[in-house]
Design a protein around this ligand. Sequence first.
Ligand code: SF4
Length: 267
Amino acid sequence: MEIEVKSQKDDEIVFIVRDAEVPFINAIRRCAMVNVPKIAIEDVNIIRNDSAMFNEVLAHRLGLTPLVSDLDALEGLSLPEDDDWDEYDNGIMFSLVEEGPKVVYSKDLISSDSKIKPVYDTIPLVKLKENEQLKIEAVAKVGYGKEHAKWMPTTVCAYKQYPEITFNDDMEIDYDCASACPRGVLKSDKRSKKIKILDIENCAMCKSCVRASTNGYINVGYRENDFIFRIETDGSMPPKEVLLKACEVLGEKADKFIRFSEEGGSK
Ligand code: SF4
């Protein structure tokens, strides 16, 4: 198996995996989505809320506000599966005390731990009118996406098989197929009497080009064992960390399965 990183940013990584199987790639995708630990607000105590927003909606917004959950932030925190996990001992306290008129933003949440704070400062939480007050205490905890979407670090976690475009040289060149492509993957070059493939990895395999060709000049397929994988996060952790943790979790699960099989399923 070969892996090639195509691009990497603070919140997105795109890489190509060659010579792999669909179940394996899909297992990594699922682990990245639901088995990577992340911090999110879980308990909210609304002491005063004069705003027009219902308490439940406000609590939901706080839960979905991405909090920094990288390796540094998670260091020293117990995980739900650890022996010393205590639901109440492992919380990070947040407070929010505001008075209108103003828009309350995520940056107004005061954390008890300087490492664990909202990823973005400018997420609007609630609008307060003149003299309206807000007093909230909240507790953030480590959790997993399999329990609730707020603990899911990924906003996009998807793969597609590597596209393959071939031309039928026995047929007359059909330039219509290039102009039918909505993603700029194909370009007609009438001087050299060719259709050029500009960016095959951008091909969505929608087959608009195939449908536009009346003589079957173009074919679109995919490579069975090559994949383009894309992970985008909500900023709470770098996508590379998500990927590495997902691989670690998958490895642990495989080890457990092997041990279980070797022991004859006695445990
Ligand atoms: S399959 Fe769709 S995206 Fe790919 S080249 Fe054809 S028209 Fe473009």
